[in-house]
Design a protein around this ligand. Structure first.
Ligand code: ADP
Ligand code: MG
Length: 391
């Protein structure tokens, strides 16, 4: 047998099987090792390839090897991944800590002598985060702050059956009814589940997707498609939108729930207060979220651990992006301020008209919710200054 993974080989998640004869297992191990070596050479930012140790993999028993391969399949299949990891069970984080901890520490910017730990603090000074104080123009910029949450009574999204996805949606729909009866929320739940009484027609769905209110077909996300997270689409998927369209809950996306606030400009502390309120109300209505002291809220992807909060702003940066043609300079400048950039349609998309980019703090673990908002505000100020002083 050859040493490298060939096109005829099964996907990486199925490469290692308990029933394989020992030569087959050795071939699988060699294939994985060669794949990691090749990715490491071409994609030094791929954290899976950087930290994967073939001897560690070899030291695991067959069950653990099969479990770990499912966790890392996306990163092996997509060398351009930054993290390349999606867990199927919250326990994966502890069971595979020798591989995952260094990846988590690097992504979230932990110094070598600092232990992994998460504290929560939402207290932001109401007067401090007015976007108009940076530039009155930014009052029109789109703000979104989202939280990822998983419910402890269900398996993680990559390990759910269709009927569990359906049951999860029913529990959340029931909880959301209480929000709908509350005049501060109101609104509707729109289900994507075929045959649901809460379904919407295709044109309305398309409109909501363009408005960033509902998520797109998850099977089109090649990173998720390499896991079981997009499986059974669109069963158990849907979105709640408040009557002011400023508080939303996505059901059945990358995590069981994504809670978010969305709107323009104002003061970031206004959006924090709205999100905190919505989060607290929902938490009273459903079983507890998965959370540990070490890693905070447990999420499918390690990039979201901790606060599981991604706070983003759509910022027009025509100078830094050459009118949206080249994101490299903007990405480099943003990373100096602890921010990452995405296109206006989210992860993997290109920049929007006029070089509009989605900017958000990279780290979500090891800093508080309030610190994330501060980082977004300070980074916006710095990037905006750069943008406007470029010749
Ligand atoms: P996340 O993983 O944090 O949910 P994604 O990159 O997957 O974010 O994007 C999800 C959706 O949210 C996309 O439609 C994206 O355009 C939208 N979005 C993200 N940030 C903003 C923002 N500041 N304003 C409006 N829409 C946003
Ligand atoms: Mg996403």
């Amino acid at each position: 047998m050859g040493d490298t993974a060939r096109l005829s080989d099964p996907p990486f998640s199925n490469l290692f099987q308990r029933e394989l004869p020992s030569e087959g297992k050795n071939h699988a191990l060699r294939s994985i090792k060669q794949r990691v070596t090749a990715i490491r050479a071409d994609h030094p930012d791929n954290l899976l390839a950087r930290y994967f140790d073939p001897d560690y993999f070899r030291s695991l028993d067959d069950n653990a090897r099969i479990r770990l391969l499912k966790v890392i399949a996306s990163g092996l299949e997509h060398p351009e991944s930054r993290m390349g990891v999606y867990v199927s069970d919250g326990r994966d984080y502890d069971d595979f800590a020798p591989l995952l901890d260094p990846m988590i520490r690097t992504y979230h910017g932990f110094r070598s002598n600092r232990i992994l730990c998460q504290h929560h603090d939402w207290a932001v000074l109401p007067s401090k985060f007015r976007l108009a104080d940076i530039d009155p123009f930014l009052v029109g910029a789109s703000v979104r702050i989202r939280l990822a949450r998983n419910i402890s009574t269900f398996p993680m999204p990559a390990a759910m059956s269709a009927s569990q996805r359906h049951d999860l949606e029913q529990i959340v729909v029931h909880a959301i009814k209480s929000l709908q009866d509350d005049s501060q929320f109101g609104g509707h739940y729109y289900s994507l589940t075929p045959g649901s009484a809460d379904a919407m027609d295709a044109a309305a769905c398309h409109h909501r997707i363009s408005a960033h209110q509902i998520f797109r077909d998850m099977r089109e996300d090649r990173y998720l498609a390499a896991t079981n997270i997009a499986t059974d689409w669109p069963v158990g998927r849907g979105a709640y939108i408040s009557s002011d369209e400023d508080f939303l809950i996505w059901v059945g996306e990358e995590d069981h729930l994504r809670l978010m606030v969305m709107g323009t400009g104002r003061n970031l502390s206004h959006w924090m207060a709205r999100l905190k309120h919505g989060h607290e109300r929902l938490a009273e209505l459903i079983p507890p979220f998965v959370h540990t002291e070490r890693l905070g809220y447990i999420t499918s992807c390690p990039t979201n651990l901790g606060t599981a909060m991604r706070a983003s702003l759509h910022l027009p940066l025509p100078n830094l992006t050459g009118n949206g043609q080249d994101l490299h300079l903007a990405a480099k400048a943003a990373s100096d301020f602890g921010l990452s950039v995405r296109g206006v349609d989210g992860e993997g998309s290109e920049s929007g008209m006029g070089g509009v980019l989605d900017i958000s703090p990279i780290a979500r673990l090891g800093l508080t919710e309030a610190a994330i908002i501060e980082r977004l505000y300070d980074g916006t100020k710095a990037l905006w200054f750069l943008e406007n002083t470029m010749i």
